[in-house]
Design a protein around this ligand. Sequence first.
Ligand code: AMP
Length: 413
Amino acid sequence: MIKAITGTKDILPEDIQKWVYLENIVHKVMNNFNYKEIRTPIFEETKLFKRGIGEATDIVSKEMYTFLDRSETSITLKPEMTASVVRALIEHSLDKQQQINKLYYLAPMFRQERPQAGRFRQFHQFGAEALGSTSPSLDAEMIIMAYQIFQKLGLSKITLKVNSLGIPSSREAYKDLLRSYLADKVNDMSEDSKSRYKTNILRLFDSKDERDQKIMERAPLLLDHLDDESREHFENVQDLLNKANIPFEIDPKLVRGLDYYTHTTFEIVSDSVGAQSALCGGGRYDLLVKEIGDRDVPGVGFAAGIERILLACENEGVLPERENRIDYYIVRLDKELNNEVFQIATNLRAKNQTVEIDYTLRSVKAQMREANRLGAEKVLMLGGEEYERGKAVLKDMNTGEQTEVELSEFLKK
Ligand code: AMP
């Protein structure tokens, strides 16, 4: 038996309505903020992600689906979208056509993570990127937009955390401070943290290891060592969030895994989905475009995981009832009328009606049962002496009322 690859999931018809429901909310909110949808290929040249995400990150160092294609080009299935959006922006000179590009997406992503609840190898994200301005208004807009999507979904057990990573110069000075604080403690830390001490020291705040956490509890915080510009930027963002009535917590330990962030970072976490609680994360990345495209274009964005959000919606019981709408089920009373039933169904379908018929020559009773099971609004019964008189019986399944209709008239409507 061939099965789906570990960490991937089929989205079956019974689940699709949830996805479409969420997708519609995403499209609506993004449109309200005048973000335009962008779709990029599912794979890119590996070096785009190496440069764009950073060699020392978990994604690049151990999670990417990378392979050589037949022409020996190193290809990677996209593990996140920002690098692809930036590549497309530069490649098509979108930044030259207008000062600010506000883009959003819905797309599958691929990371070879250890599969567990809430962690998949193919998962789906929606997200947005605003490129072309350093304005803190765009940081706030990003956060508000993400938050509004969660609000529209009806999620209430969520917390928005924000932090500032400042600009590189103050961050580098702070990293030195952190390095010297940890110099005589790093040997007592986990193996992961020992290596991150050298490659990505901020990530030590992310460690789930108890010993590490104890040591990091007393570590100096970047937030206390921000330069004036960064502090002002961060205060402006907070002010805009307050004025928009968006509740948030400042989390000075929120560092996020990627290298390219500057200034604002944020995350929305849920209390209702277990250990993998991050539904959404993002921040400002004023240095990334230069890294990838040699052009100075500041940006800010976020990405949200659809599987986890739908799980949160399910656990909070906020998804709408599943709707299974069929306008007409046509019951065939005589076996000889098979083709006529098919023809009438085709006719009604062309008139935008959702129609189902029986394909297996079932009894009238079985067809009625099926019409019930499918939740058909109306049943059209074709056959008997009514059919010979050019008529059919129409049954309203909600009221049980039956009426005789002139077939030719009925089909003309
Ligand atoms: P990131 O791009 O790592 O900042 O992730 C953004 C969001 O994508 C997270 O908050 C999750 O909701 C979701 N996400 C990331 N990795 C996975 C995964 N392996 N499986 C499912 N969702 C994920």
